[in-house]
Structure formats: structure tokens, C-alpha cells
Design a protein around this ligand. Structure first.
Ligand code: AMP
Length: 224
């Protein structure tokens, strides 16, 4: 059975960092729809052109575009045993499309990173990304050894246009209207575990791993 782990949480809650840690620990492919879009922007693809305006203003890319891109990606062989979704689903129609596509053939678990709005603005506006390998840094909480340079691949670090404060606030609004209802959606299906995302990154990873282990134990050690 394919294992699908969904990481929910507001923008800047640490989904990317945690998804990278969990994917390494669990041996599951890390699929981040934001990274897939940024890749398309970088390569000036038709999809990238369609997504650019939405992304730069902090709005969501229309469901149909995201869903097609996501399903293409998870059809690849590295997702056969399972994958970890970071930034998808972000709307109820996306969640419904995923549920319909997976049917009974997957064990789904949703993890919700709980972080207060006030913390989000400070986090997102200090975030830096590597152009080369998409590693994530923070000006205060996780600075690179050399200013502006990635520790892992020496790539150039940059601030995402949508991490500017005005855009972050807009993304938070969008989160509360469009994405927060997913917490109830997965909770109603008994598939949600909430974790305090305000702790240090390693502690959050530990809490997420413990939550997944507890769910597995409750399922009798199955692959859910
Ligand atoms: P992220 O890196 O996950 O914060 O995504 C960056 C931007 O990509 C978002 O602000 C959206 O404009 C777009 N995006 C990423 N994932 C989705 C999604 N599941 N649905 C709609 N738009 C998305």
C-alpha cells in the first residue's frame, strides 16, 4: 500500500524543513508543489508563466493547474512506495481530488504544524532559500556559515518574493480562508495529528516522528 504523509500548516510554519527531515527519516519522496512551481518559473515553462502572477502576489495557483502538476509528479517511480506532500492539498477541492485519486490504495496520514500568526511573519520574512539545491536557511534562526552562500552546495541564497511582509500577510489571509478548513477535513476522517510547530526544528521533527509511530502502533503496526 502506498504511504502518503501530508504536512499541513500555515505558510512559513516549517513545512519545507520538516518535510525534508521526515522524508530522509522515512525514506519517502518529498513532493513540494511550491518547489515544483519554482522549478517551472526558473525554466520559463508555460506552466511557470501561468503560475507566476499568482505566486508573486501570494495567491493560490488555480486548482486545475496544481492538481495536474501534482498527479504527474507522483506517478513517477520514486513515489511508488510512498511520498510526503508539502504544500498540497491547499484547498478542499485539491483534498477531494487527492482522496478520489488514491481511493483505498493508500494509507494517508495528515500532520498539522501549529504555529501562531504572529510567529509566522517573523519566520517567513527572515527565510532564505538556495538557488542551487533548495536548502532552507533563516537570517536569525539558521544562518548559513558564509553570508548569502549555501552550506551544502555553495549556491546563492535568496529571499522569495512572496516572503516579503505584505505578501506574507496576504498568504496568511489566503491560508485562513482556503487551507485552514483542511484541518477539519482530515480530522473528521480521523487522519489528523496536530504538532506544536513553535518548538526548535529538531524537536518538531521528533514530535512528528513520534506522532507517526503512535499512529502506526494504533493501526497494529501496519504501513498506514
Ligand atoms: P510554497 O512554497 O508551498 O509556500 O508555495 C509557494 C506558492 O506556490 C504559493 O503561495 C502558491 O502561489 C503556489 N502553490 C504551491 N502549492 C500550491 C497549491 N497546492 N495550491 C495552489 N497554489 C500553490
Amino acid at each position: 500500500m502506498t504511504r502518503v504523509v501530508i504536512i499541513l500548516g500555515p505558510p512559513g510554519a516549517g513545512k519545507g524543513t520538516q518535510a525534508a527531515n521526515l522524508s530522509a527519516n522515512l525514506g519517502l519522496a518529498h513532493i513540494a508543489t511550491g518547489d515544483l512551481f519554482r522549478e517551472n518559473l526558473k525554466n520559463n515553462t508555460a506552466l511557470g508563466e501561468k503560475a507566476r502572477g499568482f505566486m508573486n502576489s501570494g495567491r493560490l495557483v488555480p486548482d486545475a493547474l496544481v492538481i495536474e502538476m501534482l498527479f504527474d509528479r507522483v506517478a513517477k517511480p520514486d513515489c511508488e512506495v510512498g511520498y510526503l506532500l508539502d504544500g498540497f492539498p491547499r484547498t478542499l477541492p485539491q483534498a477531494a481530488a487527492l482522496e478520489q485519486a488514491l481511493g483505498e490504495a493508500a494509507g494517508v496520514q495528515a500532520l498539522n504544524l501549529e504555529v501562531a500568526d504572529e510567529s509566522i511573519v517573523g519566520r517567513a520574512t527572515g527565510r532564505l532559500l538556495c538557488r542551487g539545491c533548495t536548502a532552507i536557511y533563516h537570517r536569525s534562526f539558521r544562518p548559513p556559515v558564509t553570508d548569502g552562500v549555501c552550506d551544502e552546495c555553495s549556491g546563492e541564497l535568496f529571499q522569495r518574493e512572496d516572503d516579503e511582509e505584505k505578501v506574507v500577510r496576504e498568504r496568511l489571509n489566503v491560508y485562513h480562508t482556503e487551507t485552514a478548513p483542511l484541518v477539519e477535513y482530515y480530522s473528521a476522517r480521523n487522519l489528523l495529528v496536530g504538532v506544536n510547530g513553535e518548538q526548535a526544528p529538531d524537536q518538531v521533527t521528533g514530535a512528528l516522528m513520534a506522532a507517526l509511530a503512535a499512529v502506526c502502533a494504533n493501526d497494529g503496526g501496519g504501513t498506514q
